[in-house]
Design a protein around this ligand. Structure first.
Ligand code: 8BR
Ligand code: 8BR
Ligand code: GLC
Length: 456
């Protein structure tokens, strides 16, 4: 059997991406941008709050999340749901008194939030790739979280569209605050212990969860799209059966414009709890070039495609069975016609494409390096930060995954031919004590998508 020297492949990719990424044109990023107020949970503080809110009332929610948050026991119970499983969850916070409770509870740091906002700071602020970003509400605080660099947002003035840095937008709009409650692996509250690090998010935000789209984007999308070469769409995950129709109609129009201009569009598919919305997204997928998802998200898509046993297989093992993942990706590609599927999980990534070349695999390597840098440093400030993750070891648990792919598909150097598609595989680099977990997925997907076009 042939084993690849992953270390060498990792070492060679960085300089190539660094020297070529400047040649990619403008990237459009829409739609979700918000402010993340990050609170690192403390045991004593949380236990006292649970006691005060009523332990029995709070523990009612530890095994089943409410649909949205309407009071403080639901907030605390949802946090415990995440801690108990070491899983992420995000819920809309409806009640004003709970929003006020979260505000008084406070935060340790304010950060850029939302996939579009995070990718704008990474691609524009750190990599120097010009981006145009949709920001539903531009408050002074929101503007201050943007890094310097070629980051633009459209502003309509006297009937003309100008592209300005968000800090020069001079908007005085609302704050869209998402409260991120982070905990480390082994974090304890009462008898509950976190099996791994993760976070619970409470969104005190009336714009992003409904995919509010600014007038500039609704009325003048043609002008905005004309100047771009790539697009990444995100933020559709919180829509519900009640409110999804209107925004998805606008978005479908945007996709049609982008398709006419032959601009490849990537969908960042975050966890979408509502089945009706998931089905609607599946129906739109043929209008995208590319989609990015993790194992939970892929399983949830298989579920609405009627592939129940495949969905179960995807969640049965750790690390996830790569043969089941490949089967699921092929089903998804054949059903929708999407040209590229980027699957990421803790430990390895796969990309299924209807085109061929080592650049697909190499872009995955670059994105894994960027993810490790983000986990290690907390923030990627410049492209040179990415190389600082070279010393993070390649994940050894991915070895059996690679062996299975070699055996099943005759994979060589991380590349195989499966059912008329190219399958690319890489083992990732895992940081033992990550600074924070929010935004790693966004770093992976945007670095791989843009990296691929830079390398090609
Ligand atoms: P990771 O933690 O491995 O990234 O997986 C994504 C997770 O999305 C799922 O396991 C699930 O816990 C979570 N999730 C999110 Br995000 N929002 C959720 C919600 N409203 N209800 C249930 N699960 C949710
Ligand atoms: P999602 O939240 O969309 O699942 O994206 C998170 C991804 O970040 C995971 O799929 C995993 O590949 C990566 N990741 C996580 Br979580 N922790 C990491 C760590 N400590 N080092 C490197 N990558 C990590
Ligand atoms: C979701 C959350 C946002 C967070 C982002 C990170 O969009 O709403 O608060 O910053 O995920 O990926």
């Amino acid at each position: 059997m042939i084993y690849v020297l992953w270390g060498e492949l990792y070492a060679s990719v960085f300089e190539r991406v660094k020297s070529s990424i400047g040649n990619t044109g403008r990237v459009l990023l829409a739609y979700n941008t918000n402010i993340d107020a990050v609170k690192y949970l403390g045991r004593k503080d949380l236990e006292e709050r649970v006691e005060k809110a009523g332990k029995d009332e709070v523990f009612r929610y530890i095994d089943s999340l409410p649909g949205r948050i309407e009071n403080v026991p639901q907030l605390l119970g949802s946090i415990l749901w995440s801690v108990k499983r070491g899983k992420a969850a995000e819920l809309f916070v409806e009640s004003c008194s709970t929003r006020f409770y979260m505000k008084r509870w406070g935060w340790d740091e304010l950060r850029m939030g939302g996939q579009a906002g995070i990718m704008a700071n990474l691609l524009g602020g750190a990599y120097g790739v010009p981006v145009i970003v949709h920001i539903p509400q531009l408050s002074n605080l929101q503007a201050s979280l943007f890094k310097g660099g070629p980051i633009y947002t459209p502003k309509a003035e006297n009937g003309k569209l100008r592209f300005v840095h968000p800090r020069d937008f001079a908007g005085d709009e609302e704050n869209c605050l998402h409260y991120i409650y982070e905990f480390p692996r082994g974090f304890r509250v009462f008898e509950v212990e976190a099996p791994r690090e993760n976070r619970f998010i409470g969104s005190a935000d009336d714009y992003n969860p409904n995919v509010y789209i600014r007038a500039e984007f609704k009325e003048r999308f043609g002008e905005i799209a004309e100047g771009v070469e790539l697009a990444i769409i995100s933020g559709l995950q919180a829509l519900t059966a009640e409110n999804y129709r209107e925004p998805l109609e606008v978005i479908e129009g945007h996709l049609e414009t982008l398709n006419e201009l032959e601009i490849p569009v990537h969908l960042e598919f975050a966890f979408t709890p509502d089945e009706t919305v998931r089905k609607a997204l599946l129906g739109l997928l043929g209008k995208f070039w590319s989609v990015g998802l993790n194992e939970v998200e892929l399983a949830s898509v298989m579920d609405v495609m009627g592939e129940k046993s495949l969905a179960e297989k995807l969640l049965a093992r750790d690390p996830v069975d790569p043969i089941a993942v490949t089967e699921a990706m092929i089903k998804l590609a054949e059903r929708t016609g999407v040209r590229r599927i980027h699957f990421h999980t803790y430990g390895y990534y796969l990309a299924l494409t209807d085109y061929r070349g080592e650049f697909v695999r190499d872009a995955l390597l670059f994105s894994a390096l960027a993810a490790a840098a983000k986990a290690k440093l907390g923030d990627v400030r410049s492209i040179d930060d990415v190389i600082r993750a070279m010393d993070v070891p390649v994940n050894e648990k991915a070895k059996p995954v690679e062996d299975a792919l070699v055996k099943e598909y005759g994979m060589k150097n991380g590349i195989a031919e499966v059912n008329g598609y190219q399958l690319a595989f890489i083992p990732t680099k895992i940081v033992m004590k990550p600074k924070s977990t929010v935004g790693i997925g966004d770093t992976i997907s945007s670095s791989a998508f843009v990296g691929e076009f830079a390398l090609h």
